[in-house]
Design a protein. Structure first.
Length: 165
């Protein structure tokens, strides 16, 4: 075997390991930061009598979880329970999830050093956007996104919202 073939095989294996290696979703969020969580529920209303188009009625609810609180620790534990992985789209910056939603979007933001705003967005449809890069949730378990959605929304249902619109 030549060095060129060996180098090629090692490179391919290295890339596969990097892409398949799971990361905890919770590891992407520093535990010492306050989180602002916004759940936007997408509600498509059927056409009104005499009209041909449905209407989209969004309802957004925002929560704030302070570091060191029981709620913040519980939310971190939820996120720690889910693994994400790189996809072929991860290296390329993205502007959004482009329709990958299962009834709404969850936006998690936190500020680092009072100037850098970081975010994670998910529509609970097997994809997440961490900062501006797309990651996958789990591997082959299609139900995992729905399980995460139910767990997060149940948790948020017990938290007092900052606002609802």
């Amino acid at each position: 075997m030549t060095y060129r073939k060996l180098f090629g095989i090692v490179t391919v294996l290295f890339v596969l390991v990097i892409y398949l290696w799971p990361m905890s979703l919770g590891s992407k969020i520093p535990e010492e930061n306050a989180l602002v969580i916004t759940w936007t529920e997408l509600d498509i209303l059927p056409p009104v009598e005499g009209e041909a188009r449905s209407t989209l009625h969004n309802v957004s609810t925002t929560y704030r979880l302070e570091p060191g609180t029981e709620e913040r620790d519980a939310f971190q534990n939820i996120l720690d329970g889910y693994a994400i992985h790189r996809t072929w789209r991860t290296p390329f910056p993205a502007t959004g999830l482009n329709g990958h939603s299962n009834g709404g979007y969850l936006l998690i933001t936190w500020t680092e050093d009072e100037q850098f705003v970081h975010s994670i967005v998910t529509g609970f449809d097997r994809l997440l956007m961490v900062e501006d890069h797309i990651f996958g949730l789990g591997y082959l378990n299609k139900q995992l996104s729905q399980d995460m959605k139910e767990q997060v929304l149940t948790f948020l249902g017990d938290c007092p919202p900052l606002n609802a619109s």
